[in-house]
Design a protein around this ligand. Structure first.
Ligand SMILES: Cc1cc2nc3c(=O)[nH]c(=O)nc-3n(C[C@H](O)[C@H](O)[C@H](O)COP(=O)(O)O)c2cc1C
Length: 370
């Protein structure tokens, strides 16, 4: 017998494991599986299901064939396994280590299952659809009023500059061509994302304190600057080093086209001076909070920082905005992060105010906004 054949005969049979990120649910009469690891969603046949249930510990085709003769023998099992391998739902020899196992299934399903895949070429398309919808189905009331004995309150006190800034903050979608200065950008970054103080939690290590609160002082959010029109700073993509208050250039090209693309074709942000992409380093939160509920805190943390950024920009007389419409996969790859241990969560941006738009700074101009 040739040596190669002897080796083949002696080789242990391939053992397969299913992806550690599978979540299944019914959609009508169909069993649908989402693989949080790959982000794919697909229907599961009864045969595939009976194979998948056996693949938690690393199982061979022969073992499955012995346990499930109804599937049709080794050849049928091999075929099914090959299909599952191609779909990346299972892999030979994959070990179960995946950082999000800690927050399975709720947070992982939500985080990976809600990543954006496609956006319309024209974001105003959604507005048109909503206008049509509102004809027969108007939106719910934006405020709630309960009948009962009411106490009329004194007028809100004036907090001075803070009140002015809070009331003046608006989402801007109209920018002038003037650049934002580097000192203003530095102020925005330090005030929003910069470390204000260091602290120590006894027996746990060092924590940082910023101008926004953070659940458990974990501060999972990192900030990346995509600078297009900042005076004194080369157009580029930078990581903001929050402890040392400095920008570290990533070796990636920045352009207006890239900005609009990552912001899901929102052309009205094309003249923004810069955007800040907030990513989350999930392990910081997972370390302290093994429960998937902590995922909520990451979203809320990002919201706090977003508001601080917008208020600081308003105080500087600039034109801020926030957006959830961005392409996570593309943003992650532009930043060089893997989307699993660190992933993009939220985007804010800033420009200089276009004259004549103070009354309705967020209005989307109908010309030149495709
Ligand atoms: C979480 C979040 C996501 C948002 N996403 C978008 C967006 O994708 N595109 C956009 O133009 N504005 C976006 N906005 C801005 C809102 O449209 C805006 O806040 C809202 O219309 C109220 O206007 P104001 O910010 O001027 O008070 C977002 C705001 C928040 C808080």
């Amino acid at each position: 017998m040739p040596a190669q054949t002897r080796r083949q005969l002696a080789a242990p049979p391939a053992r397969y494991r299913r992806s550690p990120g599978l979540v299944m649910h019914w959609a009508g009469s169909e069993l649908v599986c989402t693989d949080c690891v790959s982000g794919r969603r697909f229907a599961v046949s009864p045969e595939a299901l009976s194979v998948l249930v056996r693949l938690d510990g690393g199982t061979s085709a022969a073992a499955i064939a012995a346990a499930h003769p109804e599937i049709g023998g080794l050849a049928a099992i091999d075929d099914l396994l090959a299909q599952l391998v191609r779909a990346k739902v299972i892999a030979p020899g994959v070990n179960g280590a995946w950082p999000w196992t800690t927050w399975m299934p709720e947070a992982a399903f939500f985080h990976f299952g809600t990543k954006a895949t496609r956006f319309p070429a024209d974001p105003r398309q959604h507005d048109r659809e909503l206008r049509a919808k509102a004809v027969d189905s108007p939106p719910p009331a934006p405020v709630k009023a309960i009948a009962g004995r009411a106490t009329t309150l004194p007028a809100a006190g004036d907090l001075g500059g803070l009140t002015r800034v809070l009331r003046e903050r608006r989402t801007w979608r109209n920018f002038s061509a003037a650049k934002v200065g580097l000192p203003e950008m530095a102020t925005l970054l330090q005030t929003t994302f910069g470390v204000q103080r260091w602290g120590t939690v006894k027996g746990q290590g060092r924590v940082v304190l910023k101008t926004s609160p953070s659940a458990g002082a974990r501060h999972p959010i990192e900030a990346y600057l995509l600078a297009a029109n900042v005076k004194g700073l080369s157009a580029g993509i930078y990581h903001y080093d929050s402890a040392r208050h400095r920008l570290v250039a990533l070796k990636r090209k920045m352009s207006k086209g890239l900005l609009v693309r990552v912001l899901a074709n929102q052309q009205y942000f094309a003249d923004a001076a810069a955007i800040v992409i907030m990513s989350a380093v999930f392990a910081r939160s997972m370390w302290k909070y093994p429960s998937s509920r902590a995922y909520r805190a990451i979203l809320i943390d990002a919201g706090h920082l977003g508001q601080t950024f917008c208020l600081a920009a308003t105080a500087l007389g600039l034109a801020p905005f926030s957006t959830m419409a961005f392409r996570e996969h593309e943003v992650d790859s532009v930043l060089g992060i893997d989307g699993v241990s660190e992933g993009a969560m939220y985007v804010v941006g800033v420009g200089t105010r276009a004259a004549g738009h103070e009354g309705r700074p967020g209005r989307i101009a109908t010309r030149g906004t495709t």
